[in-house]
Design a protein around this ligand. Structure first.
Ligand code: GTB
Length: 215
């Protein structure tokens, strides 16, 4: 039996690969592991059956035999550790790639998500115009640091790894903010990630969910 992941039955981004099942799909495609997808509604995510899999009532989840996992980072790390293609074999390079995964989730993602959430949910607030530049500048600090480290390299530390996969998915959340345009090397880095055949397969699969629901 292939592993089963969960994804939104109806994603608010209309299938543009912003929901976090995209990371897991992309990782599965990179390692060439077939998988099933169980679509869940917002209501079903808060029901006991789903809460038994995911304590916070969210997607994605991952089930493979006796193993049930939640948290996109933990799922991608699990896949990367057990299959070739997402982590270097050499121990130190492997540890550094895992550090980039954590950096993506723990250092890059918080200011980027905070900015995205404000742009989505706080536009009508009286303080939005004052808060927006503050959030943009917080994101810019991390983007500046990241682009300095990346330089003109293709990937963050040698060959493409799960660290790049995670970082690209996090940077893609800036799509609607326009901020990435200020960092052409990061924009090119994201484009390189999106050009990978495995990314395209994953993206098309989750877009197909939206198209099927819309038809
Ligand atoms: N830390 C967890 C992880 O990495 O797995 C976070 C999981 C998470 O935030 N899941 C979201 C969820 O299930 C979907 S990805 N939300 C429902 C809920 O909490 O009730 C976040 C997301 C959703 C939609 C868009 N979008 O449409 O643009 C982007 C990101």
């Amino acid at each position: 039996m292939p592993p089963t992941i969960t994804a939104f039955e109806s994603s608010p981004d209309r299938g543009r690969g912003q929901a976090r099942d995209m990371r897991v799909r992309w990782a599965l495609e990179e390692i060439g592991l077939p998988y099933d997808v169980r679509l869940v509604s917002f209501a079903a995510m808060k029901q006991p059956a789903h809460l038994a899999l995911h304590p916070f009532g969210q997607i994605p989840t991952y089930q493979d035999g006796d193993l049930a996992l939640f948290e996109s980072g933990a799922i991608v790390l699990h896949l990367a550790e057990r299959h070739d293609g997402l982590l270097p074999r050499e121990a130190n390079a492997r540890a550094r790639a895992i550090a980039w995964m954590f950096a993506a989730l723990n250092t890059m993602e918080p200011p980027i998500v905070e900015l995205g959430m404000a742009m989505l949910f706080e536009r009508d607030k009286s303080w939005y115009a004052d808060r927006l530049p503050i959030l943009q500048d917080r994101a810019r600090i991390r983007l500046g640091e990241l682009t300095r480290r990346l330089g003109k390299a293709d990937w963050l530390d040698g060959a493409f790894s799960a660290g790049d996969l995670m970082t690209v998915t996090v940077l893609r959340r800036l799509n609607t903010s326009g901020l990435l345009k200020e960092y052409p090397d990061l924009a090119a880095y994201v484009a390189r990630g999106e050009a990978r055949p495995a990314f395209k397969r994953a993206f098309d699969a989750q877009l197909a969910v939206f198209r099927a629901a819309d038809s």
